[in-house]
Design a protein around this ligand. Structure first.
Ligand code: SOE
Length: 391
């Protein structure tokens, strides 16, 4: 009889490691995936830290060397929650070579070359691979996708997105790994705009060319001493910041859609404002992660009502059992949160592995996002437009 469980080895135990652990805990009781995840090993470099996290989140074992986890025959899937950048590539290449399925945090890599190498490795190994662009799996976003596919917006003219945070606006906030290019690869470009790019690819289509600009407002920061989530403490010595604080770019899509993107960590008061607006010939859609269960929809058809125009943005609560994912949780308007986007991702991944079908977004989607990130960097360096390379 085929095995109905999947043994997980999760590398990284902090913010994302906790979010993924929670998803593995929740997915079977609430969603009933085709394979049941077994929380086998949690891995991190700090023995005391990983042991405490494993006990808190319910992992059976913990380890401090990811290579040992990958070498184990009883591990089926490697989940990569280490800081974005070179560590994703190193671990994914080794995991693919060992024949493990891979779930990887975003952005996929630090460079397009690395992303291409990761894609080739998983394709050669024939394993299932997925990148955690989690916002695709908020019910309101998944509903937006269905509405666009059903033609509710008609021909799409505009993609307009911002991803705004403010957690490093204090010049004394320490230089954590997200502000170190050698670890993170980039600043809000890879950390935040990558989400918007993936959503744009998913909802509107591929980006062909970009023209960007960036700014680093605070050039030096205290060395970080400790970090958890998006909080940190630092010492008195200051070191140079090596990533941008804010980035924006114009985008031409292959299908003629006209796009704008902005991502910053300096938008005072904006905590996780991941927002897009799409305008089409028949109407518009608006979504904002800060009110994640709501989808705003304007339909031009409402302008022609018998009594006169009834047009206006209507607020759809994407919490009905008829909406994607929502039926697995609570009665309508008993809302869900950020963590559910991770649980939905794990659910789809487990079902894809069970069915032997591709997961999405996969490493190809991750590499396509990386190609846009790299084009933005090239365009900034040349102060002009840059084409997005084919993957
Ligand atoms: C921090 O900027 C962060 O946690 C990102 O790393 C995530 O990808 C984003 O979803 C929320 O903000």
């Amino acid at each position: 009889m085929a095995k109905d469980t999947l043994n997980i080895g999760l590398i990284g135990y902090k913010f994302m490691g906790t979010a993924h652990s929670n998803a593995y805990r929740q997915v079977a009781p609430f969603m009933g995936p085709a394979l049941q995840p077994v929380m086998q090993v949690l891995c991190g470099r700090d023995a005391a830290g990983v042991s405490a996290a494993a006990a808190k989140m319910g992992w059976q074992e913990c380890a401090t060397d990811w290579r040992e986890v990958i070498a184990r025959d009883d591990i089926d899937l490697i989940d990569i929650c280490t800081p974005s950048g070179p560590s994703h590539t190193e671990i994914a290449l080794a995991a693919a070579q060992a024949g493990k399925h891979i779930f990887c945090e975003k952005p996929l890599a630090a460079s397009l070359d690395d992303a291409r190498a990761m894609l080739s490795a998983v394709q050669a190994a024939g394993v299932t691979h997925m990148v955690n662009f989690n916002y695709r799996r908020c019910p309101a976003v998944a509903l937006a996708k269905k509405m666009i596919e059903a033609g509710e917006l008609g021909e799409i003219y505009h993609w307009r997105s911002v991803y705004l945070q403010d957690w490093i606006i204090d010049p004394d906030f320490p230089l954590v790994w997200r502000l170190d290019k050698s670890i993170a690869g980039s600043g809000p470009l890879g950390d935040l705009a990558a989400h918007s790019i993936d959503l744009a690819h998913h909802l509107v289509g591929p980006i062909a060319a970009v023209s960007g600009m960036e700014q680093t407002f605070v050039k030096e920061r205290p060395v970080a001493e400790a970090m958890g989530g998006l909080q940190a403490t630092g010492g008195s010595a200051r070191v140079p910041v090596t990533v941008e604080d804010a980035v924006a770019f114009l985008a031409r899509f292959e299908n003629g859609v006209f796009g704008t993107f902005e991502a910053t960590r300096f938008a005072a008061g904006r905590k996780n404002c991941n927002r897009f607006e799409i305008n089409g010939s028949k109407g518009s859609l608006v979504w904002n992660m800060e009110t994640m269960n709501e989808l705003e929809f304007y339909s031009r058809a409402d302008e022609k009502a018998a009594v006169g125009s009834l047009a206006g943005f209507r607020l759809i609560q994407a919490t009905d059992g008829s909406h994607p994912y929502a039926g697995h949780w609570w009665p309508p308007a008993h809302i869900i949160g950020y963590e559910h986007s991770f649980t939905h991702g794990v659910y789809d991944l487990l079902n894809a592995i069970a069915a032997g079908t591709p997961a999405e977004p996969d490493f190809l989607d991750g590499a396509k996002c990386q190609a846009v990130l790299e084009a933005v960097t090239r365009s900034i360096a040349s102060s002009g437009w840059a084409s997005v390379e084919a993957v």
